[in-house]
Design a protein around this ligand. Structure first.
Ligand SMILES: [Zn+2]
Ligand SMILES: [Zn+2]
Length: 414
C-alpha cells in the first residue's frame, strides 16, 4: 500500500490523504483548509478521479463532519462514492437548509464502530473516537498485507473520553504506519493538560449563575459534547436552554435520547426573524412543527431574561436587542479564541460591545493534549509515526518514537 498526503503534513485543516494498492485508490478525508476559499481552483488536490470520472478512484472515507475534513467534497464529481457515519450524514442533511455549501451527497455506505468496510482492496475498520465533532472515527486500513492507522481528529478529555481509553487499552496491533494528528503541539506545552468537558460544565455553571440577566453561549450547535455541557450547566442553574431551529434540527439529527431535544421541558425553541423569513420562503413548516412543543417568544424572553440561557449565534443579536432582553446579559465564547480574531469573530465582538454585553471565553480543545498523544503513540507502537493535521511536524521526533516526517505530495510505502 502506498500513501500520499496531499495536505496536512504541514498544517492543521484541509486534510486530504490518498491511498493506493494494485492501481486502486481511496481517499481519507477531503477537507477545505481553515483559511481556504472553496471557490479557489488551486485548493483542489491533484487526485485523478476527484473531479472527472476515473475507475482507479474508489471513493472517499470521511473521518468526521468538520469542514476541514470534507469541505472540498461538494466540488467532487457527484457519482464519487462517499463513506461516512450515519449520524454524520443525518447532521449534514439537517444542516443543509441553514448552512450554505453543506455536503448533500448521499453516503454510499456507513461507517459502523468496529465493523470492517470493504472498498476494493482496502478493508477500512472505523472506531468511534472522542472529538468535538459527533460521530467521529479513527480509521484502520488494511491492504496488501500492510496496515495503516489514521487517527482522524481525536481527544481524550471530552464526554466520550472512555472511547480514547478503549483505544489505548485495545489498540490495533501490527500497525505499519500511523498518521497521527498533532493540533495541540505548539499550542500547549508537553506537561500541560486541557480542561475536561466536565470542567467546562462547571465553569459554565459558575458563569451562568453569576449572570444577572440572560446568558448567551456562542457554541456551535454541531459540537454536541459542548451543547450537552451547556445544557447541564443551564439545568443546574435552574434555567431553560433556548435554541434556534437550526440547532433544534442538529440535536434532533443525533437521534440520541440522551441529547437535549426541544421536546424536553427545560429546552425551548426561539425563531429569530431571519429564520421566520426562511421558514416561510422555503416552506420549512414541517421542521417548525417538529420543534413547537416549547416556543420561547420575544415577549417571554424579555419578561424574565434571567430564566434563560441562549445557544447563541450572532444572527440572533438584533432580535434580542429589539425585544429588550439584554439588560444584565453576559456572552460566553466556548470556542477556540482564534476564531474571535477573524472577521466574523471581530464583528460579533463589536456588536456585543455595542449592546453592552460583556464577553468571556470558556473553552477546551477538541484535540488531544501532547500527554494523551504520547499515550496513544505508545499504545499503538507503529513502525512509522507520520505527523498530520499539525503546524509542528518538526517537533514530533522529540516527543514520539519512530517518527518519519513526510512532505505534502510525496508518495511513500506503508
Ligand atoms: Zn480537523
Ligand atoms: Zn475535527
Amino acid at each position: 500500500m502506498r500513501v500520499r498526503i496531499h495536505r496536512g503534513a504541514r498544517q492543521i485543516g484541509g486534510t486530504v490523504v490518498e491511498l493506493e494498492h494494485d492501481g486502486r485508490r481511496l481517499l481519507l478525508d477531503c477537507g477545505l483548509p481553515l483559511d481556504g476559499d472553496p471557490d479557489d481552483p488551486g485548493v483542489m488536490p491533484a487526485v485523478d478521479g476527484l473531479a472527472v470520472a476515473d475507475d482507479g478512484l474508489l471513493g472517499v472515507v470521511l473521518s468526521h463532519g468538520h469542514r476541514d475534513h470534507w469541505g472540498l467534497l461538494p466540488r467532487a464529481r457527484a457519482a464519487l462514492p462517499i463513506f461516512m457515519g450515519e449520524a454524520t450524514e443525518r447532521i449534514f442533511t439537517a444542516a443543509a437548509p441553514f448552512v450554505p455549501g453543506t455536503l448533500t451527497t448521499k453516503a454510499s455506505g456507513h461507517l459502523v464502530d468496529g465493523q470492517p468496510l470493504e472498498v476494493g482492496p482496502f478493508a477500512v475498520t472505523p472506531h468511534l473516537v472522542c472529538h468535538s465533532a459527533f460521530d467521529a472515527y479513527e480509521l484502520t486500513v488494511d491492504a496488501g498485507g500492510r496496515r495503516l492507522f489514521y487517527s482522524g481528529d481525536i481527544r481524550g478529555h471530552g464526554r466520550k473520553a472512555q472511547l480514547f481509553e478503549r483505544l489505548i487499552a485495545q489498540p490495533p496491533s501490527n500497525v505499519d504506519a500511523m498518521l497521527m494528528e498533532g493540533s495541540s503541539i505548539g499550542r500547549l506545552d508537553a506537561a500541560s493538560r486541557f480542561p475536561s468537558e466536565g470542567d467546562i460544565e462547571s465553569q459554565l455553571f459558575d458563569a451562568i449563575a453569576a449572570t444577572e440577566g440572560m446568558a448567551l453561549v456562542a457554541a456551535s450547535a454541531q459540537n454536541i459534547d459542548r451543547v450537552v455541557s451547556i445544557f447541564r450547566a443551564t439545568r443546574r442553574a435552574g434555567r431553560t436552554l433556548v435554541v434556534d431551529l437550526y440547532a433544534a434540527e442538529i440535536l434532533h439529527a443525533t437521534n440520541r435520547a440522551t441529547i437535549p431535544q426541544t421536546s424536553w421541558p427545560d429546552v425551548a425553541l426561539f425563531t429569530p426573524q431571519h429564520q421566520r423569513v426562511k421558514i416561510k420562503a422555503e416552506g420549512l413548516f414541517p421542521l417548525l412543527d417538529r420543534h413547537k412543543a416549547n416556543r420561547a417568544f420575544p415577549e417571554a424572553l424579555a419578561a424574565e431574561p434571567s430564566r434563560f440561557v441562549v445557544l447563541f449565534r450572532g444572527t440572533m443579536l438584533a432580535d434580542l436587542v429589539r425585544a429588550g432582553c439584554l439588560s444584565g446579559a453576559r456572552a460566553i465564547w466556548p470556542q477556540w479564541d482564534g476564531y474571535l480574531k477573524d472577521e466574523r469573530g471581530a464583528s460579533l465582538q463589536a456588536a456585543l460591545a455595542a449592546a453592552s454585553v460583556p464577553l468571556d471565553v470558556i473553552h477546551t480543545s477538541g484535540h488531544a493534549s501532547i500527554f494523551d498523544l504520547q499515550r496513544l503513540a505508545a499504545a499503538i507502537r507503529p513502525r512509522a509515526l507520520v505527523p498530520i493535521h499539525t503546524f509542528e511536524a518538526g517537533r514530533f521526533p522529540s516527543l514520539f518514537d519512530n517518527v518519519v516526517v513526510r512532505a505534502d505530495g510525496e508518495w511513500w510505502e506503508v
